[in-house]
Design a protein around this ligand. Structure first.
Ligand SMILES: NC(=O)CC[C@H](N)C(=O)O
Length: 421
C-alpha cells in the first residue's frame, strides 16, 4: 500500500526556534496505517503515541513498547536487518533510531545477538511492526523485549517522509510520548529545550570496574580462523560504550582482554604492561569528554593503539585534530569506504554523527580511509606512534564483514612493536 502524507491543521505557537531556519508552526503529518487494522488482531498492546520534532512537525503513531515520554535526537538507520544489535549498541544513548526498512520485528529477538547487556537508546521508530515472528533462534517478540526493557517503540509513522526531513534539515531533536495530557506545544517546547551536543554520555554507559573478557565468537559463527592460535596478545580495552563484537573479534584474533572503565587512569593501564590498547565506540559528542582525550594522550607512544568510532574521534583529538557534528551522520550497514593504501573499497557498518576534520590534523597523521558517500575521514594512522583508527565498525554486528581484516592489522602492529622492543 502506498504511504501518503497528509498535512493537517496548523497551530501558531509563537515559540521561536532553538536553531535557525525552522518554521514556527506545528504541522500534523499522518501516514496511512500499513497494518491490517480490523482484519488481524495485533499480538501486542498498543497506545496512541506522538513524535513531535523540534521543527514543529507532529507524527501521530501507535506505541508497541513501554508507555512514557522521552526526549532525544532522532537519527535514521539504513540497515535492512540487525535491529537487535542496533538496540543494544550503547553508542545510540540519547537517540531515537528510525529504521528506514519498512518492516521490522520479523525475526524477533534472541539472547545471542546482544551487543551489550542493556539498551541505552531512547526509543525505536518504525513504519510497520511484523504481525508474526518467525526464526529458529527467536526466544521472544520485539514488542515483549521492548516492554520488558522499558523502551519505547512506535510504528505507523511515515518513516520515509521523516527520513527525507532529516536529510534536508539534519538530525532533529524530538519527543516521543504516549501521554495524551501533554499538548503539542508542550512537547515542542521540550524538544527545543534539550540538546545532545556538549554532553558527556560515555560515563553512564561505561563499565564501573575492570573485568576480564572471557567470551568469544562461537566457532559456528567465526570465520578466517586459519592463522590464529592461543592468546599471545594482552590488550586493554577502554570501554566508552563497547560493543561485544569488538571484544569477540579481538579474542578470536588471539587477544586476552581486560576491559576498563572510561575513567581508568593511564598510569594504571601501563602498569598492566599491555601489548596494545583499544579505545572503543561510544555515544555522544567526542569534544565533550576532554578527560578521555587526556587519557588517550598519556597512552600515545607507550603501546600500539587502535580506535574504533568514538575511540577514533578521541585519537584524532589527542593527535591535535578537531571533531565536528555532521548534518545527519552515518547509520547503516551499507556505507562504501575506500582504503587509500590499497585502493580497495569495503562496504561497512557505520554509526556516528561526528567526524574528525582532516584539515585540523598535524603533519604525519595519514587519512587511511575515506567514506565514498561524502568524502569524510573514515580512518587514521600515525605510524610514528603505532596508532591506527577507524570511524566505522570493522566488527560489523550488524553489517558486512569486509573490514574484519582491520583486527588482523592491529595484531600485526602489536607483533612488530613486540619484536622491536
Ligand atoms: N559509534 C560510535 O562510537 C559513535 C561515536 C560518536 N558518538 C558519534 O556519534 O559520532
Amino acid at each position: 500500500m502506498a504511504a501518503t502524507t497528509t498535512l493537517g491543521f496548523l497551530l501558531p505557537t509563537g515559540l521561536s526556534p532553538r536553531r535557525g531556519g525552522f518554521k514556527v508552526s506545528l504541522i500534523r503529518c499522518s501516514a496511512s496505517p500499513l497494518t491490517t487494522s480490523g482484519l488481524v488482531e495485533k499480538p501486542w498492546d498498543s497506545y496512541n503515541a506522538r513524535l513531535v520534532l523540534e521543527d514543529g512537525s507532529i507524527w501521530p503513531a501507535k506505541s508497541f513498547g513501554a508507555p512514557g515520554t522521552r526526549v532525544a535526537e532522532l537519527v535514521f538507520n539504513t540497515s535492512l536487518t540487525g535491529y537487535q544489535e542496533i538496540l543494544t549498541d550503547p553508542s545510540y544513548a540519547g537517540q531515537f533510531v528510525l529504521m528506514t526498512n519498512p518492516q521490522i520485528g520479523n525475526t524477533g529477538v534472541n539472547l545471542d545477538d546482544e551487543e551489550s547487556e542493556q539498551c541505552f537508546l531512547a526509543g525505536l521508530v518504525i513504519r510497520s511492526l511484523s504481525i508474526s515472528t518467525s526464526n529458529w533462534r527467536c526466544t521472544k517478540t520485539l514488542a515483549d523485549y521492548l516492554t520488558e526493557r522499558n523502551l519505547m517503540g512506535v510504528y505507523d509513522l511515515d518513516t520515509r517522509a521523516i527520513t527525507r526531513r532529516l536529510r534536508e534539515e539534519g538530525s532533529l531533536n524530538g519527543v516521543l510520548t504516549t501521554d495524551q495530557t501533554k499538548t503539542d506545544q508542550e512537547l515542542l517546547h521540550m524538544s527545543r529545550s534539550w540538546d545532545i551536543v556538549g554532553i558527556d554520555l560515555i560515563t553512564d554507559v561505561s563499565c564501573k570496574s575492570p573485568y576480564e573478557w572471557v567470551n568469544k565468537t562461537d566457532s559456528e559463527w567465526d570465520f578466517n580462523t586459519a592463522s590464529r592460535s592461543g592468546k599471545p596478545y594482552r590488550v586493554i580495552a577502554y570501554d566508552f560504550g563497547i560493543k561485544h563484537n569488538i571484544l569477540r573479534r579481538l579474542s578470536s584474533y588471539g587477544c586476552q582482554i581486560t576491559v576498563v572503565p572510561s575513567t581508568f587512569p593511564a598510569s594504571e593501564a601501563l602498569k598492566m604492561n599491555p601489548d596494545g590498547i583499544l579505545f572503543s565506540n561510544g555515544p555522544g559528542d567526542p569534544s565533550a569528554v576532554p578527560y578521555a582525550v587526556e587519557t588517550v594522550k598519556e597512552l600515545l607512544g607507550k603501546a600500539p593503539v587502535y580506535g574504533i568510532c568514538m575511540g577514533h574521534q578521541l585519537l584524532g583529538q589527542a593527535l591535535g585534530g578537531k571533531t565536528f557534528k555532521m548534518k545527519f551522520g552515518h547509520h547503516g550497514g551499507n556505507h562504501p569506504v575506500r582504503n587509500n593504501r590499497t585502493g580497495q573499497v569495503e562496504i561497512s557498518a557505520q554509526n556516528h554523527n561526528y567526524a574528525v576534520d582532516p584539515a585540523s590534523l598535524p603533519g604525519g597523521v595519514e587519512v587511511t580511509h575515506v567514506n565514498l558517500n561524502d568524502g569524510s575521514c573514515a580512518g587514521l594512522s600515525f605510524p610514528a606512534m603505532n596508532v591506527m583508527s577507524l570511524q566505522y565498525h570493522p566488527e560489523a554486528s550488524p553489517g558486512p564483514h569486509d573490514s574484519d581484516n582491520a583486527f588482523k592489522e592491529f595484531i600485526e602492529l602489536m607483533k612488530r612493536s613486540k619484536q622491536s622492543s
